[in-house]
Design a protein around this ligand. Structure first.
Ligand code: SF4
Length: 352
């Protein structure tokens, strides 16, 4: 498909996407099967053209607050799964308030409040609502919540108290693979929670994992599965084997598949949010993902922070280099810059 395309053909392809061209399953099959470097570069080029049409050189920045690393689940890929005997933390309102104070005045568009499915908050949701209220009153920014599957009534209350975005990753839309990854959890509950959130006014994020157990067909199923629910943000992340988990011994694959899927997502979701996470390969990885068509930087944490990430490539490093200033500096080096807050609020439908 792309191998014989001239630069003009690639521009026409991007133009076609902007004019509403939809990729067929056969198109996806060809794109997912790309292995040649030159073809990949062409794919990234088309994705950047599509992204630049909607977002120019502007990027959105999300700060990441992983406020509880306790979890009742046992996802096979996750370091924080319940059976793993590790040191955990859970922040209270005052600690979250202190983090907000450090973030004040930084170039951040949204705060992502993430936790495992911690019974301390899930059984007494008012505690979580207090955290959301605190962040809202301290920073007055859009808030993304990533709490796992929550009750509809609680989601409603969280929304009324300032939560704008729900991140809830399926990891895969292939039901068999899902059971191997999100062991013992309901596939449909996750889908329905996103649907409900969307119906009451949340923006929603779905995400998939690449590098463990998938083939071309299950990747297509995942891409189509994400598409069905009209997410506002879509993410793909490389599987990274974590010590102390059942998948510890699985060999990590290079990030090529992630970059390829990211570009394909840009062609399927031209004007949506697609993140470049700092959690996998730090700031150099961010550059690669932006060059593949991403338009958001996620997992930003204050420079002096000991907060955890999810994959946490830098768990054992002294210098973490994922603070807002380092990110903005690197963006400038790429000819990119943080978007005006008004652009982000418009995307979210937030009235300011
Ligand atoms: S991925 Fe989330 S839900 Fe699954 S074990 Fe980890 S923290 Fe818990």
């Amino acid at each position: 498909m792309l191998s014989d395309m001239t630069p003009k053909d690639l521009d026409n392809f991007a133009e076609g996407i902007l004019n509403g061209l939809k990729l067929s399953d056969d198109d996806l099959r060809e794109l997912v099967s790309i292995n040649e470097k030159e073809e990949l570069e062409k794919l990234h080029y088309v994705s950047r053209k599509v992204r630049d049409h909607f977002f120019r050189n502007k990027v959105f920045l999300y700060s990441f607050v992983y406020f509880s690393t306790y979890c009742k689940n046992k996802c096979a890929f996750c370091y924080y799964r319940k059976p793993h005997d590790i040191e955990r933390y859970r922040l209270g309102v005052q600690e979250v308030r202190s983090i907000c104070q450090v973030l004040k005045g930084e170039n951040i568009h949204m705060v992502d409040l993430t936790m495992g499915e911690d019974p301390y908050f899930h059984d007494s949701p008012d505690r979580f609502i207090d955290i959301v209220k605190t962040v809202k009153s301290e920073l007055d920014l859009p808030i993304m919540i990533s709490p796992g599957v929550m009750d509809n009534e609680v989601l409603k209350e969280l929304h009324e108290n300032g939560a704008n975005f729900l991140a809830l990753y399926q990891e895969t839309h292939d039901r068999n693979l899902y059971q191997k990854l999100r062991t013992g959890q309901s596939f449909d509950d996750r889908v329905n929670t996103r649907k409900f959130a969307k119906s009451i006014g949340y923006c929603v994020e779905d995400g998939i994992l690449t590098g463990f157990g998938e083939d071309t067909e299950s990747t297509i199923r995942s891409l189509r599965g994400m598409e069905e629910n009209c997410p506002d943000m879509v993410r793909v992340m490389t599987f990274v084997p974590q010590e102390g988990t059942p998948l510890e011994g699985v060999l990590q694959k290079p990030n090529i598949s992630e970059l390829k899927i990211l570009s394909i997502m840009r062609l399927m979701f031209p004007d949506r949010l697609i993140p470049a996470s700092l959690d996998l390969e730090g700031i150099d990885g961010m550059v690669q993902r932006l060059n593949a068509g991403a338009n958001v930087v996620t997992s930003i944490i204050p420079s002096n922070s000991s907060l955890e990430g999810v994959v946490n490539y830098d768990r054992h490093l002294d210098e973490r280099d994922r603070d807002p200033k380092s990110v903005v500096r690197r963006l400038k080096g790429m000819g990119m810059e943080p978007a005006p807050h008004s652009d982000f609020n418009r995307m979210l439908g937030v009235v300011t």
